[in-house]
Design a protein around this ligand. Structure first.
Ligand code: FES
Length: 682
C-alpha cells in the first residue's frame, strides 16, 4: 500500500503523514502548526492562506509537484469573487486538499502568534498572542422538538467547531444574539475573550476587531489604536490631560482631592471624558467605528490609575502610600463609560508601589530588564522620575520627586517642547558664544537659512532637553562652576554674562522680531540642580541596594528622556557614568508596554509575574537619600567618578571643596522637602 502523503510545514518544520484528501488546514491543525482562521475552514475569511512550494527537497527527501494539491476550485473562486484575488502563489489552506507529498509555507500574516516588527513606535519586536479571538460559527436553527435556547446552541456550535468550552456570555451578547442569528441566517461571528467569555456577536462573517492602548500621563494622554488580529497600529494620537486644571503635578492633584469635597470624583469624570475623546479621535483617524473597539489597555502612574478607576487617591499622598490594589485590573469598558463596543474589556497593568505605577510596569514590559544579563538602569523622567534597576536576577524600582523643572516649569524661559523652543545648545569655550537649534528648524543658528526658517515660529523659550544642554555646556565652558554658580567675573570677558540682582545670568538669545530675551538665570541652574540631584539620589539608592557602583546600560524613557542628549545628561550628572555606547533613549516605553499588553496575553501573564518580584524602594523613608541628594547637587557630582564620560569630554577640574557649604537656607529647606517625598515645597 502506498504511503500516505507527507506534508512539511515551514517555518515551523512540523511534519506528518495524512490520508489523501485531508485539507492542508486540518493537517496543520493536527500538527499544532499556527495558522489563523476566523471562519473555521469555510473559505470565506481568507486568514488561512499558505504558500505551497514545489520541486525536489533533498533535505526533506521529497518531491512536491503541483498535482500533489487539489487544484483551486469553486471555494477559492468564490472567495476571490467576494473578497479579493489571491496572490498567484497562495492557496486557502482550508480549500486545498493533499494528494501527495508537499512542503507548505505559512507566511507571517497567516499566523495567529505572529511576530510584530515595529519601526520607531516600539523599541522591540514581540509576538502577538491575542486576548480576543473572533470565531465564525453556524448555529443550529431552533426546533420545536428540541427546544434549547439560542445561547446554548451557540455554545454547542463553538464547542463543536472551535473546541471551546466553559463559555459564558455577557448580557449584551444574549440580547444581541437573536437578532444577529436572524440577520446572519444562523451564521454569526463572536468575539471570545480569554478563551471563555463571549463578549460580542455580529451577524455573518466579521473579521476585524480593534483595540486601544492608552498611557495616561499627568500632562498628556497618548493612545494607539491597533488591529487585534495582526497587531498593525492604525492610529496614534494624544490629548492634554484636562486634570491639569486641578494641579500641574501629581501631589497638587492629591491636594485638590483632599481640599475639595467631590474633587476626586470631578477629576475621575474629567479624565474619562478625555479618554472618550481620545478613543473617538483614534477611531476617526483609523477610519473605523468606536463600536469595533473590543479591547483597551490602560497604564498610568498610581494617581492617574486610581483616578481613572474612580478610586480615592488620597492614601497615595502620604506615607505609607498604600495602593488600593497592586494587581492587574480587568473590567468592562462600560464601567468607565468609555466609547467602545458594549462588551469591550479594559485591562490595567499592575501598579508596583505607591509611587511606582502601571506605567512603570509597562516600561518594564517594553524594555525587558528581567531578561537582561547586564545591569540595566531605566529612567522615565517626568514630574516624578520612575527608576528601574537590575537584570534577570533582581529588579528594583523607585520613584524620585524631580519636580517639573525638566518639563520647562520653574525655569525662567522654560516651555514645553513645541515649535520654536530651543532644544539643542552648544557653547564655544573660547568665545563663550552659543549656537542653538530650535524645534521645527533643522539648521543650527549659525548656519545659513536659520533666521528665515525660525521666523515662522520665533524663538520662544527653552524646552527640557535644551535646559539640560545649556547648563551642561555652560559647565563645560567654565561659565558655571561645579557647585552651580554662574561666574560673574566672566562679565568682563563676554556681554553674555550679565548681572541679575545679586547673581548673574547667561544671555542665550537676544530676541528678535518681538521674540523674548532668553537667559539662563542662577535660579534656573538651581532648579535643575535640585531636579537632577533628586533623580541621581534615587538612582544611587537603588545602586546601593543592589550593591553596585556602576551600571552596564542606561535607557531614558518618556518624552523628555527620549529628547535629551545622553552625553549632556551625563555631564550634568542626571545619570551615573556609563559607557556612552550603552546609553540611549527608550522612546515612549510606557505607551509601548501598553500596546504590547493590548496585543499579547502572554505578555500580561509575564508582567504580572515580574511585578510581584520587583523590590520596591521608598525614597522618602531612606535616610541615605538625603546624603546622596546633597552629593549630587554638584556638577556632575561631588564625589562620583566619570571614567567613561571622561573618554569623550574633558570635564572641568573638580574643586577641592564640595559645594554643600554654598547651599542657601532655602535650598536646604527644599532638599528636606524633597527628601520626604513631596515634589512641592510645603
Ligand atoms: S479558514 Fe477562513 S478562508 Fe480558510
Amino acid at each position: 500500500m502506498a504511503a500516505e502523503p507527507l506534508v512539511i510545514f515551514t517555518p515551523s518544520g512540523r511534519r506528518g503523514r495524512f490520508p489523501e484528501g485531508t485539507t492542508v488546514l486540518d493537517a496543520a491543525r493536527s500538527l499544532g502548526v499556527d495558522i489563523d482562521s476566523v471562519c473555521g475552514g469555510r473559505g470565506i475569511c481568507g486568514r488561512c492562506q499558505v504558500e505551497p512550494s514545489f520541486g525536489t527537497f533533498a533535505k526533506h527527501g521529497i518531491t512536491a509537484s503541483p498535482d500533489h494539491l487539489s487544484p483551486a476550485g469553486e471555494q477559492e473562486a468564490a472567495y476571490e469573487r467576494l473578497k479579493e484575488p489571491l496572490a498567484a502563489d497562495r492557496r486557502l489552506s482550508c480549500a486545498a486538499h493533499l494528494r501527495g507529498d508537499m512542503v507548505i509555507d505559512v507566511p507571517p500574516e497567516s499566523q495567529v502568534h505572529r511576530q510584530v516588527v515595529r519601526k520607531g513606535l516600539t523599541v522591540r519586536d514581540f509576538v502577538v498572542d491575542p486576548v480576543v479571538r473572533l470565531h465564525y460559527v453556524e448555529v443550529e436553527r431552533p426546533e420545536l422538538a428540541s427546544p434549547s435556547g439560542d445561547l446554548m446552541r451557540l455554545f454547542e456550535a463553538l464547542e463543536r467547531e472551535w473546541g471551546l468550552h466553559d463559555l459564558a456570555a455577557d448580557l449584551d451578547v444574549i440580547r444581541a444574539l437573536q437578532p444577529a442569528l436572524e440577520a446572519g441566517d444562523y451564521a454569526v461571528t463572536v468575539a471570545v475573550h480569554d478563551g471563555h467569555d463571549v463578549t460580542a456577536v455580529w451577524p455573518g462573517l466579521h473579521d476585524k476587531a480593534y483595540g486601544v492602548a492608552i498611557d495616561i500621563g499627568s500632562t498628556t494622554i497618548a493612545g494607539h489604536l491597533a488591529d487585534l488580529g495582526d497587531g498593525a497600529v492604525l492610529a496614534s494620537s494624544g490629548v492634554m490631560n484636562p486634570q491639569i486644571r486641578f494641579g500641574e503635578d501629581l501631589m497638587s492633584r492629591v491636594s485638590y482631592a483632599m481640599m475639595h469635597e467631590g474633587g476626586a470624583i470631578e477629576m475621575t469624570r474629567t479624565v474619562r471624558t478625555a479618554l472618550r475623546t481620545l478613543i473617538l479621535g483614534l477611531a476617526t483617524q483609523a477610519g473605523i467605528q468606536p463600536v469595533d473597539v473590543v479591547e483597551i489597555t490602560l497604564v498610568g502612574n498610581p494617581i492617574m490609575h486610581h483616578l481613572a478607576l474612580g478610586i480615592d487617591p488620597i492614601p497615595l499622598g502620604s506615607a505609607p502610600f498604600a495602593l488600593a490594589t497592586d494587581r492587574a485590573v480587568r473590567i468592562r469598558a462600560s464601567e468607565l463609560g468609555l466609547s467602545a463596543h458594549p462588551g469591550a474589556r479594559v485591562y490595567l497593568l499592575p501598579c508596583i508601589a505607591g509611587h511606582v505605577g502601571a506605567d512603570t510596569a509597562a516600561v518594564i514590559l517594553a524594555e525587558e530588564p528581567q531578561r537582561s544579563t547586564p545591569i540595566r538602569l531605566i529612567v522615565d523622567v517626568g514630574t516624578n522620575a520612575e527608576i528601574v534597576l537590575g537584570n534577570q536576577d533582581r529588579l528594583l524600582a523607585a520613584s524620585s520627586p524631580t519636580g517639573p523643572a525638566f518639563e520647562g516649569a520653574q525655569i525662567s524661559a522654560g516651555q514645553r517642547a513645541a515649535p520654536g523652543a530651543i532644544e539643542r545648545v552648544r557653547i564655544d569655550p573660547a568665545t563663550l558664544e552659543p549656537r542653538v537649534r530650535i524645534i521645527g528648524v533643522d539648521a543650527w543658528s549659525d548656519e545659513p537659512g536659520f533666521a528665515e526658517a525660525a521666523e515662522a515660529t520665533g524663538i520662544t523659550g527653552i524646552c527640557g532637553s535644551g535646559i539640560v544642554e545649556v547648563i551642561a555646556e555652560l559647565f563645560l565652558a567654565g561659565v558655571i562652576s561645579a557647585d552651580g554658580v554662574i561666574d560673574g567675573s566672566l562679565a568682563e570677558r563676554t556681554p553674555r554674562v550679565v548681572a541679575d540682582g545679586r547673581t548673574f545670568s547667561y544671555l542665550l538669545h537676544e530676541g528678535f522680531a518681538g521674540g523674548p530675551r532668553i537667559a539662563v538665570t542662577q535660579n534656573d541652574v538651581r532648579a535643575i540642580q535640585l531636579a537632577k540631584a533628586a533623580l541621581y539620589a534615587g538612582v544611587r539608592l537603588l545602586m546601593d541596594h543592589l550593591g553596585i557602583d556602576a551600571v552596564d546600560e542606561i535607557r531614558l524613557a518618556g518624552a523628555f528622556g527620549s529628547q535629551i542628549d545622553t552625553t549632556h545628561a551625563m555631564i550634568l550628572g542626571l545619570i551615573p557614568d556609563c559607557d556612552p555606547a550603552h546609553v540611549g533613549p527608550a522612546g515612549n516605553a510606557a505607551g509601548t508596554g501598553a500596546l504590547i499588553a493590548l496585543l499579547s496575553g502572554a505578555a500580561r501573564t509575564e508582567i504580572e509575574r515580574v511585578v510581584r518580584t520587583v523590590e520596591k524602594i521608598e525614597t522618602a523613608v531612606e535616610p541615605r537619600f538625603q546624603e546622596h541628594f546633597v552629593e549630587a547637587m554638584a556638577l556632575p557630582h561631588r564625589t562620583a567618578s566619570y571614567p567613561n564620560l571622561s573618554t569623550i569630554v574633558t570635564l572641568p577640574e573638580r574643586p577641592a571643596t564640595g559645594e554643600g557649604a554654598s547651599a542657601t537656607r532655602g535650598e536646604r529647606r527644599r532638599r528636606r522637602v524633597l527628601a520626604v517625598g513631596g515634589p512641592e515645597e510645603a
